[in-house]
Design a protein around this ligand. Structure first.
Ligand SMILES: *[C@@H]1O[C@H](CO)[C@@H](O)[C@H](O)[C@H]1NC(C)=O
Ligand SMILES: *[C@@H]1O[C@H](CO)[C@@H](O)[C@H](O)[C@H]1NC(C)=O
Length: 271
C-alpha cells in the first residue's frame, strides 16, 4: 500500500512547473502559473537564475541557483507496469483513486491527486507530444515511440558529484558547457503522487541540450543538464520566462536547467 505525497518547496514546484510547461504552453495553466509565480517572485531572491540565455553558458560565469539533491528515501515508489495499470488514473475515476489510497475526498492529498491527474490530461500544445507514464516500462515505450524502435538513446540527469545539503549556491561554471547531440529529446519530470509518475513530453521545435559543470566555493560539484528552447514563438506571452528575461515570444531562445529528479532522453550519437 502506497501513501503519502512528497512535499515540494516553492522552488522545486517552480522548477517542476517550469520544466513541465517550459516549452509548451497551455494558456490557462500558464496564466495561473504566472500569477502564482509573480506573487512569490516579488519576495524571492532575485539573484537566482531560473531562466537564462546561452550567453550565460560560459566558463567562469556565476550561476546562482538551487539544485537540491534528489533524496531517494522520500521518492514515491516505482510500480511495475502490471501493478500500475490496475490503479485507476483519470479524472473520471477520481473517487476510485481516492478510495484506493484511502484519502478522504476533501483532504489536501485529494486536491493534489486531482491536480496531478488533471495536469496529465491537459492537451499538448502544437508540435508537442506528451504522456504521463505510471511506470518505467511505459516511460521507455513513450521514448521509443518518439525516437523510433531502431534508435539507441541515452538518459541524462542533473547529478551531484558531491554530497550536498545546500539548497541555494552561488555556483560558477567550471568549464565550457558541452553541447549534447539532441536532434530529438524527451524530458520526463516527476509528478508529486503516491507512486512514481513521470510527465514526459517532446517537441518538434529545436532544443539544444548542454552539460554544464558547476562548482561552489564549499566544494559542491554538480553536472547540470540545461535545455535551450530555440523557438519560443508558440509560447504564451504570459510565460514567466519572458518577463524574467525581458523578451517577447519568438524574439529569443530560452534556457533552463533540469532539476535533479528530471530525466532527459536523447538519441545516442553514432559518431
Ligand atoms: C539571496 O542570495 C544571496 C546570495 O547567497 C544571499 O546572500 C541573500 O541572503 C539572499 N537573500 C534572500 C532574501 O534570501
Ligand atoms: C557570486 O559570487 C561572485 C564572486 O564572489 C559575486 O561577484 C557575485 O555577486 C555572487 N552572486 C550572488 C548572486 O551572490
Amino acid at each position: 500500500m502506497v501513501s503519502g505525497l512528497a512535499s515540494l518547496n516553492f522552488l522545486q514546484l517552480l522548477f517542476l512547473l517550469v520544466s513541465a510547461y517550459g516549452s509548451g504552453v497551455n494558456a490557462r495553466e500558464m496564466t495561473e502559473l504566472a500569477a502564482h509565480s509573480a506573487s512569490h517572485m516579488d519576495q524571492m531572491n532575485h539573484s537566482l537564475k531560473i531562466f537564462f540565455t546561452m550567453n550565460e553558458l560560459k566558463a567562469g560565469k556565476f550561476f546562482p541557483t538551487s539544485l537540491p539533491m534528489n533524496d531517494p528515501s522520500t521518492s514515491p515508489p516505482l510500480l511495475p507496469r502490471e501493478e500500475a495499470d490496475l490503479i485507476p488514473f483519470s479524472s473520471q475515476e477520481l473517487p476510485q483513486i481516492l478510495d484506493y489510497f484511502s484519502f478522504s475526498h476533501d483532504s489536501t492529498q485529494a486536491k493534489a491527486i486531482e491536480d496531478a491527474v488533471k495536469r496529465c490530461e491537459t492537451n499538448p500544445i502544437k508540435g508537442e507530444t506528451k504522456l504521463c507514464a505510471t511506470s518505467l516500462e511505459s516511460m521507455f515505450d513513450f521514448v521509443r515511440s518518439i525516437f523510433g524502435l531502431e534508435m539507441d538513446f541515452q538518459v541524462l540527469s542533473t547529478t551531484h558529484l558531491t554530497k550536498s545539503i545546500a539548497t541555494y549556491q552561488n555556483y560558477t561554471i567550471l568549464k565550457v558547457p558541452k553541447e549534447i547531440y539532441s536532434p530529438k529529446m524527451v524530458a520526463c519530470h516527476t509528478v508529486p503522487y503516491p507512486y512514481a509518475i513521470f510527465y514526459c513530453h517532446s517537441q518538434e521545435t529545436e532544443t539544444k541540450i548542454f552539460s554544464v559543470p558547476l562548482g561552489a566555493e564549499d566544494g559542491d560539484r554538480v553536472e547540470a543538464v540545461a535545455a535551450c528552447h530555440m523557438d519560443t514563438s508558440h509560447w504564451s506571452p504570459d510565460h514567466i520566462s519572458f518577463r524574467m528575461l525581458g523578451i517577447k515570444p519568438g524574439s529569443s531562445h530560452v534556457c533552463h536547467l533540469f532539476a535533479t529528479d528530471n530525466l532527459v532522453f536523447v538519441p545516442k550519437s553514432t559518431h
